[in-house]
Design a protein around this ligand. Structure first.
Ligand code: C2E
Ligand code: CA
Ligand code: CA
Length: 624
């Protein structure tokens, strides 16, 4: 009990031995004292470190006596307190009932910049900021009701600045004094605020970040308004980043951030940057009309070109808009996801501008979600399968190679072709894993066919994400070794857009070719500036896209273009594979143009490994 008393206090037994003492006195329990009954006890008690205190003695029934140092100013008890105060870097103050300073330690004086002579009698309540109208009443009430209070408030220093101080105040009714122990928390609060600020700010643009955005949007959603979210995604930012460098990319984002910041001047708009080239504007309350007006405003900020490395660059943006519908419960994350989805749609629609989220988009999102989930479980349960489509030499149909094509076996046994899931797998970052599985399977199956005495090449598709992974070459060659597959029988099919991905692709391809792997340029003719690339790229095989082949020979323009493409490839010494050959007309046109190899439903459809094995066995017996 005496532990909480803010003045020296002890309990002694009938014989004057210390039973307990509080931390203000370093008395040893059991130490003999003068008998308290002795009249001497009050004025001259020798006690612990303090030898001269005056004590107030109270009889505690028969148990003994409670001794309390009287805290009059020049008292020895105060002397003890003062010594204790002085040695401590916490702030100690003794106030009278009206809040005037009676005693304060060095730490307090220094912090607030008062000399000890100024301090005596200072009315501490006058040091509160003039705006702080509650603290005094609250503290006085606490002290009256409970005898203690732990407020935090600001006090004005002599130089006019304010410090934040956390106090523990005790009021001792016996002596009519308030004892305060305080801690200066100004820096702590500032650091905390700064951290908080930083945790809520995007470094590059100084706009709000995702956390802040979600908090603000969450607040709007709880209110009565109808908030709207505009998800703004720059188009082809990656190209700028790759071609002009990251610094230019950053400076573009920072500049755009500055332009968008102006929208915030209307207090109902918050602009945040939530990732790479993704900016989001949140409107406190809006309808579709209001939101599209803001979208127009945002697009307007892009009409002025950006100056990057001395060049003026125009950028475009896709905006997705989602407006909370009254009465529908939607979380901040959901609304953001809806806007994201609409932005994705805006990007795909190839028109500049914005798209409003609606239910149709939601079902598209549901599909993507289900596909992703299904694919993950297929990866876990080994339900990613590989089918093979034979590639033949023209004329005729002698099999010289096979292309491995991925298939997804769903949980209920359906077989899904890549058109159903590759877009989702790509967005979800699952392509490296899928490609790796397909390559491994194709090597195992291919090795076994070749071992059976059927020489052929195995052609495998590679996505950009997989090809640009740093250890790609190493992994391919390791897989070949593990599966007993000769890398010179491997063809890797890459699309033009993959070539354009990054400069790092080139050395990767060189290393693969050095190991004997051939590189095929897939879907040739569908990308732009194909011919320019053909010259620079280190490829061995060109696969002419089926959109060309399928218009042969009826369409005259296609005929001439395809013819020119094939001739060019031949001049460059490349092997040409004609894709999507479905009819004998296609086949003969392809052959006349000089296409050496072909692939298509006319010859074979993609098939499971077992079927392919029986096919070549049957052919072996029939053709010999
Ligand atoms: P692709 O590389 O152009 O593969 C040829 C696609 O054309 C296959 O579709 C094949 O079934 C189809 N096809 C073959 N002959 C004909 C024909 O005569 N007519 C028509 N209309 N189509 C024909 P599939 O298997 O649906 O694959 C679609 C695309 O998915 C592939 O196009 C390829 O880009 C991608 N893909 C397939 N497997 C993989 C893989 O393991 N990894 C990666 N990254 N992509 C893959
Ligand atoms: Ca292919
Ligand atoms: Ca192709």
């Amino acid at each position: 009990m005496i532990g909480v008393l803010p003045i020296p206090a002890a309990v002694v037994d009938q014989q004057g031995r210390v039973v307990s003492a509080n931390r203000w006195i370093q008395a040893t329990v059991g130490q003999a004292l003068v008998t308290p009954a002795d009249e001497e006890v009050a004025p001259g008690l020798r006690f612990g470190v303090d030898r001269t205190s005056r004590w107030r003695v109270r009889r505690l029934d028969d148990a003994g006596y409670l001794l309390l140092a009287t805290a009059e100013r020049e008292d020895a008890g105060d002397h003890l307190l003062r010594r204790f105060f002085a040695s401590h870097d916490s702030l100690f103050v003794v106030y009278d009932q009206a809040g005037r300073v009676i005693e304060s330690n060095q730490a307090w004086n220094q912090l607030l910049g008062y000399s000890s002579s100024d301090v005596f009698g200072l009315d501490s309540w006058t040091l509160l900021p003039p705006t702080d109208l509650e603290t005094r009443a609250r503290v006085e009430e606490d002290l009256r009701l409970m005898g203690h209070s732990e407020p935090r408030f600001q006090m004005r220093a002599a130089n006019g600045t304010y410090r934040d101080i956390q106090w523990a105040l005790h009021f001792d009714t016996n002596v009519g004094r308030c004892f305060g122990i305080g801690r200066d928390v100004t820096e702590e609060l500032r650091a905390h605020d700064e951290l908080r600020q930083r945790a809520y700010t995007d470094d590059l643009t100084q706009l709000a970040n995702r956390a802040k955005l979600l908090e603000v949007l969450g607040g709007h959603l709880e209110g009565s308004g109808q908030p709207a979210v505009l998800f703004c995604d720059l188009d082809r930012f990656k190209v700028i980043n790759d071609s002009l460098g990251h610094q230019a990319g950053d400076s573009l984002l920072a500049d755009l951030g500055r332009r968008l910041k102006d929208l915030q001047q209307d207090g109902d708009v918050l602009v945040a940057r939530i990732g790479g080239d993704e900016f989001v504007a949140v409107l406190a309350s809006s309808d579709h009309g209001g939101a599209t007006a803001v979208a127009e405003q945002i697009l307007e900020t892009l009409t002025e070109p950006f100056l990057l490395k001395g060049r003026s660059v125009h950028v475009a943006m896709s905006i997705g808009i989602a407006v909370a519908t009254p009465g529908e419960r939607v979380t901040a994350e959901e609304l953001l996801a809806h806007a994201d989805l609409a932005a994705y749609q805006a990007k795909k629609s190839d028109r500049e501008g914005y798209v409003l989220f609606d239910e149709r988009l939601r079902s598209a999102a549901d599909r993507r979600f289900n596909v992703e989930l299904g694919l993950r479980s297929a990866l876990d349960d080994n339900r990613i399968e590989v089918h093979y489509q034979p590639i033949v030499r023209l004329p005729g149909s002698g099999i010289v190679g096979i292309e491995a094509l991925v298939r997804w076996r769903t949980e209920d046994g359906w077989l899904r072709t890549p058109g159903h899931f590759l877009d989702v797998a790509e967005d979800a970052g699952m392509m490296p894993e899928i490609d790796h599985r397909v390559l491994r399977r194709a090597m195992i199956d291919g090795a076994s066919v070749i071992r059976d005495g059927r020489p052929l090449f195995v052609s495998v598709n590679v996505s950009g994400a997989e090809l640009t992974s740093t250890d790609y070459v190493e992994r391919v060659l390791q897989l070949a070794q593990d599966t007993g597959f000769d890398p010179t029988n491997l063809v890797l099919e890459i699309t033009e857009s993959t070539f354009l991905l990054a400069n790092s692709v080139r050395p990767t391809l060189e290393a693969l070719r050095e190991a004997g792997v051939r590189i095929a340029l897939d879907d040739f003719g569908t990308g732009y500036s194909s011919i320019a690339h053909l010259r620079e790229l280190s490829v061995d095989i060109v696969k002419v896209d089926r959109t060309f082949v399928q218009n042969l020979p009826s369409d005259q323009v296609t005929n001439s273009v395809t013819n020119a493409l094939v001739q060019l490839c031949r001049i460059l010494g490349l092997t040409v594979v004609m894709e999507g050959v479905e009819t004998t007309d296609h086949a003969s046109a392809a052959e006349q143009m000089g296409g050496e190899l072909a692939q298509g439903y006319l010859f074979y459809r993609p098939m499971p490994y077992e079927q392919f094995v029986s096919l070549i066995r049957a052919r072996a017996t029939s053709t010999i």
